[in-house]
Write a protein that binds this ligand. Structure first.
Ligand SMILES: C[S@@+](CC[C@H](N)C(=O)[O-])C[C@H]1O[C@@H](n2cnc3c(N)ncnc32)[C@H](O)[C@@H]1O
Length: 232
């Protein structure tokens, strides 16, 4: 959800606008299908237990189910994730790919992605996930400039979103989908006093996408705000 460079939702006081009412949060998770299985539940539990200060970075299960649903809807075979952490979203996306599918997972943390690797093995999807430990902008720029990506998820440092979006959209095949997380910044996108670098970068990428003739898009008030972008 949040990035290493920004305060974690919930850990820095109340959000400006609580998008998901706390009373509804568990209800949303309970009604997303398929429900989290033992592997996902264990991954969430281990992340909460071993990385309590970073727990809020992990996507919630309803968001994971949403990513998997979209990946299946577009028949994704080739996927990219920017921001892997301990692997919840990558596991959801990888499971939605066919056995010969490929997910390129981008992150900079060896420590956090070591946890992800264990759960990819346990879930039997390690062979379809390639982890690149490097700044994601470098990883994406090094990919061939061809329209081959079916599905991408952006959930890393917010300052990088404008670059991640541009590098991915030129490589997305027509009809392919990009999902961006945390695009409402707990409501700070509409708070003029919020001038942090992450807030400015998210406003920039939101404006870019809204004016981008290459795509159609909607911001959904799911969790901290999720943009779904489809390339024309
Ligand atoms: C919000 S977490 C990702 C959560 C993950 N999607 C999940 O479902 O658990 C953000 C991740 O972005 C990574 N990150 C931060 N800056 C990065 C960069 N420049 N390039 C690649 N990854 C980066 C962090 O190491 C962290 O693991």
């Amino acid at each position: 959800m949040d990035s290493t460079s920004s305060p974690s939702p919930g850990s820095s006081g109340s959000p400006a606008f609580p998008i998901t009412h706390p009373a509804l949060s568990d209800y949303l998770i309970a009604h997303a299908t398929p429900a989290a299985d033992e592997v996902l539940r264990d991954l969430a539990e281990e992340t909460h237990r071993t990385l309590p200060r970073h727990t809020s970075m992990q996507i919630t299960h309803d968001e994971g189910a949403f990513l998997a649903l979209l990946a299946r809807l577009v028949g994704a075979r080739r996927a990219v994730e920017v921001g892997t952490f301990t692997g919840y979203s990558s596991l959801c996306v990888a499971r939605a790919l066919p056995p010969d599918g490929h997910l390129l997972a981008c992150d900079v943390s060896e420590e956090w992605t070591a946890i992800a690797r264990r759960y990819w093995e346990r879930a039997g999807v390690a062979d379809r996930i390639e982890l690149r430990l490097a700044p994601a902008a470098e990883t994406l720029r090094a990919l061939p400039r061809e329209e081959t990506i079916d599905f991408a998820f952006i959930d890393a440092d917010k300052e990088g979103y404008p670059v991640y979006y541009e590098e991915l959209v030129v490589r997305l095949r027509p009809g392919g989908v990009i999902v961006l997380d945390n695009v409402l910044r707990e409501g700070r996108v509409v708070d003029p006093s919020a001038t942090g670098s992450g807030d400015r970068a998210i406003r920039e990428v939101n404006a870019t996408i809204a004016a981008d003739p290459r795509v159609e898009s909607v911001i959904l008030p799911l969790r901290d705000g999720v943009t779904v972008v489809r390339k024309r």
